[in-house]
Design a protein around this ligand. Structure first.
Ligand SMILES: [Zn+2]
Ligand SMILES: [Zn+2]
Length: 178
């Protein structure tokens, strides 16, 4: 089970800025963008697809395909696994949701890129707890390194694999997956 992404409003004394929740009006605007993306591709917005899209953009939590299926079925019990798996590539193609590979046997989807295109993740190796953060200093450093090496940055995300407090204290997290 993937733990909910944490996004505290804590401000550290220097630049790493832990993301606070994306405000609802902004998420609604991102959802509208995705619906327009579907229209441009001449894809019908069926009731099932609408339930999936509502689910994705009503949350700022990261999710797996199976979690999305479960949450979308709470809105509309007719949502099928096939529709979820057909809709996910559209979500990632739109650029509004990112597919992340943390080396697990499942992918994790993140709906927070529209609002925070350069945010980073710390993930616990044991329980998959995720913390998101942004850092101007890190961004500047990545830009500097990239241009020194003769490249131009298109996007930047850093993933830090780590141990959460719980794991450090007791050697395992109580919320370790099923
Ligand atoms: Zn994220
Ligand atoms: Zn942990």
């Amino acid at each position: 089970m993937v733990d909910k992404a944490q996004s505290h409003g804590i401000d550290l004394p220097f630049s790493p800025h832990i993301l606070s929740s994306v405000p609802e009006p902004n998420r609604a605007a991102t959802k509208e963008k995705f619906l327009r993306f579907l229209e441009q591709k001449n894809l019908r917005i069926t009731q099932q697809r609408r339930a999936i899209v509502d689910t994705v953009f009503d949350t700022d939590q990261h999710f797996t395909a199976e979690q999305l299926l479960e949450w979308a079925r709470e809105k509309d019990s007719s949502v099928s696994r096939a529709t979820v798996y057909r809709t996910l590539p559209l979500l990632t193609k739109s650029g509004l949701v990112h597919e992340m590979d943390f080396g697990k046997d499942y992918k994790i989807y993140d709906p927070n890129y529209a609002e925070h295109p350069n945010h980073n993740h710390i993930i616990c190796n044991d329980c998959d707890k995720i913390v998101e953060f942004e850092s101007d200093r890190l961004e500047a450093l990545e830009n500097e390194i990239t241009s020194k090496l003769g490249f131009e940055v298109e996007s930047q995300q850093l993933t830090i694999n780590a141990s959460c407090e719980e794991m450090k204290r007791v050697g395992a997290c109580k919320n370790k997956g099923d």
